[in-house]
Design a protein around this ligand. Sequence first.
Ligand code: MG
Length: 173
Amino acid sequence: MTTDYRIGIGHDTHRLSAGGPLRLGGVDIEFDKHLEGHSDADVLLHAVTDALLGAANLGDIGEMFPNTDPKNAGRDSSDMLSAAAERVISLGWKVANLDCVVLAERPRILDHRDSIQHRLSEILVLRQDQVSVKGKTGEGIGPVGEGLVIQAQCVCLLQRIEKGRTDYGGIGF
Ligand code: MG
């Protein structure tokens, strides 16, 4: 049996500004800073969205949701990720797994990993064991280490299912 696979990578950076909470991976984290951006600036969901779109060769999040469109101002990034996933699934793919890295000096990602993995699996209708999130600091140097930005990276593996399937049910199984 031949199975068709595609891999995609996503990367994103957002600046930190004073005042919480911090929206990260679809979760509001108690923190003294938030991320700046046109949408809700959820750097992890943006990287995941780009990984999905990249794997299906559908361009990137900026093309699908332009920041010139007022509809996208302050938009919940989980909406954008869901819409991107629906598009990918409609072309006959399912998500096999995601592996993500969040680069942040603070807060400690490990403290929030379970809730972020849970939220990501909820948005994408995956089992939680298909979603991996890891945290790294910047070791005190560079824009991450100085606490100026948070960055996120994601790789996503897509597996071919029947073409034209648009339902969400059990896409991860
Ligand atoms: Mg972004």
